[in-house]
Design a protein around this ligand. Sequence first.
Ligand SMILES: [Zn+2]
Length: 207
Amino acid sequence: MERSRDDAPTEDTTGSGPTPAPPTPSATLGTGAAVPKGNGRLATVSGRSSVGGKGPLRTYRVQLEGGIGEDGPAFAAAVQRTLTDPHSWGSRLSFQRVDSGWAAFTVVLASPTLAEQLCKPLEIDYRLSCFSGGKSVVNDARWRGSAPSYGSDLASYRLYVVNHEVGHALGHDHQQCGGPGQLAPVMMQQTKGIGACRPNPWPFPPR
Ligand SMILES: [Zn+2]
């Protein structure tokens, strides 16, 4: 039985998000609204990355659904960059993306429709991400659309969703906000809302 249903939907109408940051320019990562449905097939990003981070090696695969207008190598590079950041899991583990052989987990970028299928029996209502069946499934609707707790700071939300869903792959369970004004733990369901915490995309945030 997979744990970690992610981020039950909650509307946040308080407007108490972080200060909006300027959009990160990107020619290759998807912008605008996600298409509801791609071709339903996952393709593995070919090649392997260099080893990054510090500690025991974890290999992983990156797969994207076709027909969703996302660039595989660009997404894969964003995942590796995120995981090997000194504030990410890469401060305790090494990561390498591979395209063949054994992999500890797979990071998937999928349309809402395919994400819904991949996350079953977890119920994501077409708009959440999850970890299920060894796959950290990033819903393209979130990858492009952020979440209320991050507002327009899409770059930070993307860091969060990768760190959170891979965190499940590494065996981490959900955590709660530690108290008013504190940074939200990365394993808090920040898509759902962060309560009195402040948004934080990192497992080991800068102090
Ligand atoms: Zn989760």
